[in-house]
Design a protein around this ligand. Structure first.
Ligand code: SF4
Length: 180
């Protein structure tokens, strides 16, 4: 392979568990790192996907606020292949448990509840407004592949990257989809 695959990753409404699973490829990472390099990612602390674009975007977590939606659009525009990683990105996951409750009630419970010290709703304009519901990625942009699981096993990340390196579709049988 003449050049390295460039990969961007981010966590939206997720817990970073999917990123931890990616790192679980352990010693295989040493082999992979000869063929890949990271762009925007918590692993590099680069905050934006490069304007020239990247080969693969891996997103964990669903969409819970407007900033998440903006980040997702940038990934879609700048990633040749966009992958929804894990149950939160594919379905909303645990954060979507709030979907049956109005946002005003959620905010009141979190910030004005009787057990809250110094109750007040944060008004900082830098805080992104919450969406009415937590959404999976595919409801906002087209997604190319999914890695199922909570989190997906490390072997699924490895298979995805090997498939992209070999310019084929990833093969993800049942044992590479984990929901424990
Ligand atoms: S799918 Fe599971 S491990 Fe991944 S971000 Fe969601 S809760 Fe965390």
């Amino acid at each position: 392979m003449s050049r390295k695959l460039r990969i961007a990753t981010c966590s939206l409404a997720g817990c970073f568990g999917c990123h931890m699973s990616f790192l679980d490829v352990d010693e295989a990472l040493a082999d992979l790192i000869e063929h890949i390099e990271f762009d925007r990612s918590p692993l590099t602390d680069i905050k934006q996907v490069s304007e020239q674009g990247v080969d693969i975007g891996l997103i964990e977590g669903g969409l819970c606020n407007r900033e998440n939606v903006e980040v997702l659009h940038q990934f879609r525009q700048r990633c040749k292949v966009l992958v929804a990683v894990g149950a939160c990105a594919m379905y909303g996951g645990v954060p979507a448990l709030r979907n049956g409750i109005p946002v005003s009630e959620l905010v009141a419970e979190a910030y004005l509840g009787t057990d809250v010290l110094n109750p007040q709703v944060p008004q900082d304009p830098e805080l992104p407004p919450l969406l009415k519901k937590v959404l999976p990625l595919h409801e906002v942009v087209p997604i190319d592949y999914t890695l199922a699981g909570c989190p997906p096993p490390a072997a699924a990340f490895r298979e995805l990257i090997m498939a992209m390196l070999e310019q084929r579709a990833p093969v993800l049988p049942e044992d590479l989809r984990r929901f424990d």
